[in-house]
Design a protein around this ligand. Structure first.
Ligand code: IMP
Ligand code: MG
Length: 175
């Protein structure tokens, strides 16, 4: 794609696929004989989730939540609104939230509280990317794909104004 907004590539396609395979192997070991439900956070996590789930070798289900955080396009405020709730009842089940990126952590903090209140047996997080420098709240992220620097990134599900989700790599957005 000849687009000047697409900057330096931080994670290449083969690096993404290799890491996804490693995470799936770890999850498959940890959730053997469990009742695993993957919860994808729309829309960004869909791409990572579908690659991850295809590599998981234990029985599992998938469900989705859509949330919107009030705030600007590049900064979340921590005030979160549910646009689409789960279809499944998660009480007593082993829930793994799958996120594209943890930035301030405010969205995830809300999701952990909201889903935790439904009494799952276990509740963990798998995030493809994390920006440690931007974290405002300390959260338990059991599985993390890559730590990245404090830059706004696009691709492999991550958008800027709903575009660039289809890029097969993660790149810095040139603003
Ligand atoms: P948080 O609440 O600040 O952790 O932000 C979480 C959400 O903001 C993510 O699920 C993304 O949708 C979005 N986001 C944060 N950083 C980026 C980025 O670098 N690129 C694209 N979206 C981002
Ligand atoms: Mg987004």
């Amino acid at each position: 794609m000849d687009d000047h907004a697409i900057g330096d590539i931080l994670v290449k396609p083969d690096e993404l696929q290799n890491r996804v395979r490693e995470l799936a192997a770890e999850i498959s070991r940890d959730y053997a004989d469990r009742d695993l439900v993957l919860i994808g956070v729309l829309k960004g996590a869909v791409f990572f989730l579908s690659d991850l789930m295809r590599q998981i070798e234990v029985p599992c289900e998938v469900d989705f939540m859509a949330v919107a955080s009030y705030g600007s396009a590049t900064k979340s405020s921590g005030v979160v609104r549910i646009l689409k709730d789960l279809d499944a009842v998660i009480e007593g089940r082993d829930v793994l939230i799958v996120e594209d990126i943890v930035d301030s952590g405010l969205t995830l903090q809300y999701l952990l509280r909201n889903l935790g209140a439904r009494n799952p047996r276990t509740l963990e997080v798998c995030a493809l990317l994390t920006k440690p420098e931007r974290r405002k709240v300390n959260l338990p992220t059991r599985y993390v794909g890559f730590e990245i620097p404090n830059r706004f990134v696009i691709g492999y599900g991550l958008d800027h104004g709903e575009r660039y989700r289809n890029l097969p790599f993660v790149a810095v957005l040139n603003e």
